[in-house]
Design a protein around this ligand. Structure first.
Ligand SMILES: [Zn+2]
Length: 97
């Protein structure tokens, strides 16, 4: 996989994907390095799309503190919380993520 978050990719998922596809794209981008990179300007205020809990997405991939719902935003779109994508109720990160 060679997704770089700036338009390249292999056609199955990319920075403009939505939902779980976007979350999985960000998780694997640059070997996982992007997912744990802080969002510029302190993160994005958002609401969990699973349970409605308000929280701040600090890194490009983050979890709701309440239900562990996985959310992500791609680097080219990280200036607007409306671009945050939710992976869905069944999607969970690994225990040691
Ligand atoms: Zn939640």
């Amino acid at each position: 996989m060679s997704g770089c978050g700036s338009g390249c990719g292999d056609g199955s998922g990319g920075p403009m994907s939505e939902g779980r596809e976007l979350v999985e794209f960000v998780l694997q981008a640059h070997g996982g390095a992007i997912s744990k990179t802080p969002i510029p300007n302190g993160g994005l205020e958002t609401k969990c799309q699973g349970c409605g809990e308000a929280f701040t997405l600090v890194n490009f991939v983050g979890q709701c503190p309440k239900c562990k719902g996985v959310h992500a935003v791609s680097p080219p779109r990280c200036e607007d919380q409306a671009n945050i994508q939710y992976a869905g109720d069944e999607f969970k990160l690994a225990e040691n993520w």
